[in-house]
Design a protein around this ligand. Sequence first.
Ligand SMILES: Nc1nc2c(ncn2[C@@H]2O[C@H](COP(=O)(O)OP(=O)(O)OP(=O)(O)O)[C@@H](O)[C@H]2O)c(=O)[nH]1
Ligand SMILES: [Mg+2]
Length: 462
Amino acid sequence: MSARDDTITAIATARGQAALAILRVSGPEAIGIANRCFRGADLSAVDSHTAHVGYVVDIDGEDIDQVVATVFRAPRSATGEDVVEISCHGGDLAPQLIQQSLLDHGARLADPGEFTQRAFLNGKMDLAQAEAVADLIHASSTKAHRVSLSHLQGRYSEQLEDLREELLELAAFVELELDFSEEDVEFADRERLEKLLRTSENLLSELLASYRTGELIRDGVRVVIGGRPNAGKSTLLNALVGRDRAIVSPTPGTTRDEIEAEAEIDGLRYRFVDTAGLRDTSDAIEAEGVRRAEASIAHSDVLLYVYDITEGLDADEEAFLQELGEEHPTLPVVRIANKRDLVDGERPSAGLNGQAVVISAEEGQRDADAVAPVVMALRDAVADGLEDTDASHVVMNQRHRQHLKEALEAVQRARRALASGAAGDMLSLDLRSALHELGAITGEITNEDVLDQIFSRFCIGK
Ligand SMILES: Nc1nc2c(ncn2[C@@H]2O[C@H](COP(=O)(O)OP(=O)(O)OP(=O)(O)O)[C@@H](O)[C@H]2O)c(=O)[nH]1
Ligand SMILES: [Mg+2]
């Protein structure tokens, strides 16, 4: 990434017709460059945090648009540098022309994420917070938004920082002992050390365990709807997403291509995938559909296995589900006995054993309450306990997960070393390694390649 002593600019808002758009300029020359493009107050003379109505002009002095220019002087700005924010009219032209004028007057087009990177480098936020900015922008459900915001506010980093400080203190004591090894003294209280390592281990394990939840929050829950032809899978999809997404017909083998539809339920994004009914078939196209359905099931977060309650599950289906359970032991499977309306009054056939959720998908198309038990079962299967999860404890970032894993292993090694009375230098090594991993998450310890990789995921203007 380029040097930080130049001045960057970019359009910060999305393209297209809109009432307003915003451009940002950041760097040592931000105010000077903006002022040269601005007809109105002398921006170089105004106070920080003041807004000024005026016109942006092009390099020939022609008016481009009426704007509001807000001046933020370093270090009290988003990036920690001098910043001018220009609000102009939206649409395709005004923001582009203003950007061109800023470039003509000496600014450089910002790289993706460069504003946030400068904020990080100037100590306005740590690395985990900077990453949360990207997560917040990409958040596609209420929960994902909440977790990113909490990380952005720094509560997630704080707990890692607290842990790091405690480990640092202990490492220092252990190392002090090493310096005085001739004298055989103990500066580090072994009991406290053991206790701290245990708490660290718990916190790290807890954070790591939350990654699965974090992934579901970040990417949404992929729910595959599978079962025999005509079981009512497409009807169920339509009922769950509240619209006629998939074709429903009494002809078995209607659905062939996978059909996806999304819905947000209790703050989580669910991606429902309707598949071709599973059966042996001589029709080549349908057979391909069946092959895809089986592959899709293997890659789902939850399987809703739908069958017709009047027919029950046959031996083949039981065998299929049995095998699936063996191959994918962690995949939650919810059995759905559909078409309850056909057996109303009668007791559901034996064989259900209370294992299945009994519904009528057809009723569900008219009244969402009729499929509420499916939603409940889904929540039990994947989102159990999500409500109580403290957003600041949820790890959504794969990079963090890797460092947390390494940190946990180092802490575990340190505990074992302590228990076996190993030499202090071993202990010190493990503690240092845990510290290194924790520091990499928040960015105390980092290198340019990692930073470039992280910030290049951002969009330009962020
Ligand atoms: N009585 C009743 N009929 C239903 C119910 N759900 C679906 N059906 C009917 O069952 C037939 C098959 O429904 P679909 O949703 O197309 O079944 P599918 O499992 O997607 O079938 P394929 O795409 O062929 O695999 C249609 O005629 C639906 O109207 C229900 O709850 N009660
Ligand atoms: Mg179908």
